[in-house]
Structure formats: C-alpha cells, structure tokens
Design a protein around this ligand. Structure first.
Ligand code: FAD
Length: 353
C-alpha cells in the first residue's frame, strides 16, 4: 500500500498523553495529526467506574498549558471533571484530533513511517505512540478460571456496587484499583478482598502530591547519577483516598491471601479453605497497548520496547509516551506526562531540523 495523507508527525492516541504531545507540537509549529480510537475526548477516563476520584488535587493534575480548574466541592476531582478538562484542552489549543480512527499498524516505508488505520493511510516522518494501557487488561493465570460459573470481570468492566448488591464478590488485587473497588463494594456486598502480599497503605496524610514529589526526587537522582531513591514504590502501594480510609477504618477492608484456584462456584485456598462466590473482579493491572507497533519489530524482553527517554532505540522515528515509568518517571499520570511529552517533541523537532 502506498500514498495516503502526509504530515510530519502522527500522534497515535488522543488521551492525556496524546494531548500533551499535541500541545508542544503546536507550540513548535510542527505539522501533525492526532488519531484517536475513541468517539469522544477523554481517553480512558470516559470508561472508569462511577465513584472514581483522582488521588491528587486538581492543582497536581494538570497537563502543560491551562491548569486543571478546581472542581467545586471536591478536593479530589472525579473522572467526569477530567474528561471535561481534556475536552477543553483539545478545543483551547485547537488540536487536530481525528476520531474515531484506530491505527492498525505502523510500517517502515523509506524515509517515512506508514500509518495504517481503519479509515485511511498516513505517511509521517515521526510517530508518537500514546495509546495507554486501559485497552489491554491483564489477567493472571489461575487454575480453574475457565470452570468458574459466576461472573468474572476485570477492572475495566466494573462500574458500580449496584451491579453486585447482596452478592458474594471476590476482588483480586492489592494495588489502587483493587483497594478502591473493594472499598466501593465493602458496604453493599459480601466482600472478600484477596492480595498477593499484605496490602501496603500509604500514610493517611499522603496523597498523589507526595507520589509526584517522590517521582521527581527519583528522576533527579537518576539524572545526576545518584542512588535510585526507589521513587513512588518506596512509599507503599495504596493511596488511602477517603472511601478507602472509610472502609478500612470500618473494618471492612481486611485482605486475605491469594487463593490457589477457582472451582465452579467457589474460590479455594492452598490450605483447602473455600468461599462461595457470585463474582470475581480481577484488579490485576494492565499492559501497554502496543500491537499497532508490532510490524516494526521493536519489542524486547518482557514485551517492552527499549527506549532512551521516550525514543525507541531500534527506530528513532518512534516515541512512546505514557505507559509507565519506563518511558519517564510518572509519565502515565496527568501531571507527569508533560515533561516527557516536551522532551519527545523537542527530539522530533530536532530530527526535522
Ligand atoms: P489513555 O487515557 O488510555 O488514552 C489513550 C488513547 O489512545 C485512548 O483514547 C485510546 O482509545 C486511544 N488508542 C488506543 N489504541 C489506539 C490505536 N491503535 N489507534 C488509535 N487510538 C488508540 N493518573 C493520575 O494522574 N491521577 C490519578 O488519580 C489516576 N488514577 C487512575 C486510576 C485508574 C483506575 C487508572 C487505570 C489510571 C489512573 N491514572 C491516574 C493513570 C493515568 O493518568 C490514566 O491511566 C490515563 O488514562 C493515561 O492516559 P493516556 O493518555 O496515557 O492513555
């Protein structure tokens, strides 16, 4: 396949990471387009569960450009507020987002990269991939999962405790999603919360602000060749946001160890203890949504693409933005993606110069 529309940069994904890149591309006067698979602005924030609030205040949740306004009556903004903020960001900076457009593959094509989509072809001199992780839920391999007759869903399928009222629900996972969804269900269901290791709550007075400070300290330490501070991971896993605190303090958030297997209507622990379950909710994380880059053959060990900063080592015309700490400390957060986005765009612009 040849031809297609030509531009300097194709940004794949129109969530916060894609918009942060768009803001900097606009500022530098680069010709670009953002292709986004969703039909509306907001990326993954459009799909999270009803009660989700950010783990940091609005002032710690801003993209480059316009700061996120405070949500009236809320210290921690809800997902709807984030969607509104991202929508306005696109409009204010006149970002050329095309949606819904799903990129199916990126190919080398001489001096260009060919970007194939479900609605046409693009040729670009560089690609910034910002497709997030929400679209690739990870489920751990547990014996008997296929035999379980109850309902099974991943974090991405969970909406509200109303869907499980009075049921026996097992929530799997000791990260923030697991703790928050367990807290959401704690008062309306017969809840069992299981975690691989005992849950590690951050101190109650620590929220996303401290996480970003820790991430910044880590970045600085690494930049200056000092010892790795351990960053966010050194503080704990779970931010004790108000609903988590409430459920924990009411004694409803006691974690059991991970079970060994699933049966038709039961979870079974290693010592033979059993608990009947109507539903199992797997809060077991995500993986980067990178299948569109498969034709470039960039994946290394553990499925990650090796990067220097955000640039793919084996294809310097490709940058990765968001996804996790491996593309920059805190780069998969609202406030943290600004810096790697700026660096990626500078790198791309320097290549054109
Ligand atoms: P996304 O929001 O997933 O956007 C990616 C976009 O790319 C989507 O629109 C998607 O449809 C599109 N896309 C994917 N594949 C393709 C393709 N092949 N072609 C075209 N488009 C494609 N961060 C914070 O800062 N504060 C928080 O409080 C916070 N809470 C979180 C709570 C949860 C439950 C989760 C999961 C994450 C949270 N995060 C938080 C982390 C992070 O901010 C979000 O995950 C955020 O959505 C990441 O933005 P993104 O732009 O990288 O990806």
């Amino acid at each position: 396949m040849t031809g297609g529309a030509r531009t300097q940069v194709v940004v794949i994904g129109g969530g916060q990471a894609g918009l942060a890149a768009g803001y900097h591309l606009r500022r530098l006067g680069v010709d670009f387009v953002i292709l986004d698979a969703q039909s509306a602005p907001g990326g993954a924030w459009q799909h999270v569960w009803d009660s989700l609030h950010l783990f940091s205040p609005a002032t710690y949740s801003s993209l480059p450009g316009r700061p996120m306004p405070v949500q009236t009556g809320q210290t921690y903004p809800d997902a709807g507020h984030v969607v509104g903020y991202l929508t306005e960001h696109e409009r204010r900076y006149d970002l050329p987002v095309q949606r819904p457009v799903r990129v199916t593959g990126v190919y080398r094509d001489g001096q260009f990269l060919r970007v194939e989509t479900d609605s046409g072809l693009w040729q670009a001199r560089a690609v910034i991939s910002a497709t997030g992780t929400w679209w690739r839920p990870f489920l751990s391999a547990v014996p008997g999962r296929a035999d379980f007759r109850g309902r099974q869903l991943h974090t991405v399928g969970y909406r509200s405790p109303r869907d499980f009222a009075g049921q026996r629900v097992v929530v799997v996972g000791g990260g923030n999603s697991g703790a928050q969804i367990a807290a959401d269900l704690a008062f309306d269901t017969e809840l069992t919360w299981v975690t691989q290791r005992p849950p590690r709550f951050l101190a109650d007075d620590i929220d996303g602000r401290a996480l970003f400070d820790a991430a910044t300290a880590r970045r600085r330490a690494l930049e200056h060749g000092r010892t790795d501070t351990g960053g966010v991971a050194s503080l704990g896993d779970i931010v004790a946001v108000p609903p988590v605190r409430e459920a924990r303090d009411a004694g409803r958030l006691k974690a059991a160890p991970m079970f060994r297997r699933l049966d038709r209507d039961t979870v079974v622990w290693a010592d033979g203890t059993r608990a009947r379950a109507d539903a199992v909710i797997w809060c077991t994380g995500f993986r980067p949504a990178l299948s569109h880059l498969a034709p470039l053959g960039l994946r290394g060990a553990r499925g990650h693409i090796t990067v220097e900063g955000t640039r793919a080592v084996d294809e310097p015309r490709v940058h990765l933005l968001g996804y996790g700490d491996w593309t920059g400390p805190a780069s998969a957060t609202l406030i943290g993606v600004g810096r790697p986005a700026r660096d990626a765009v500078r790198d791309v612009a320097a290549m054109f110069a």
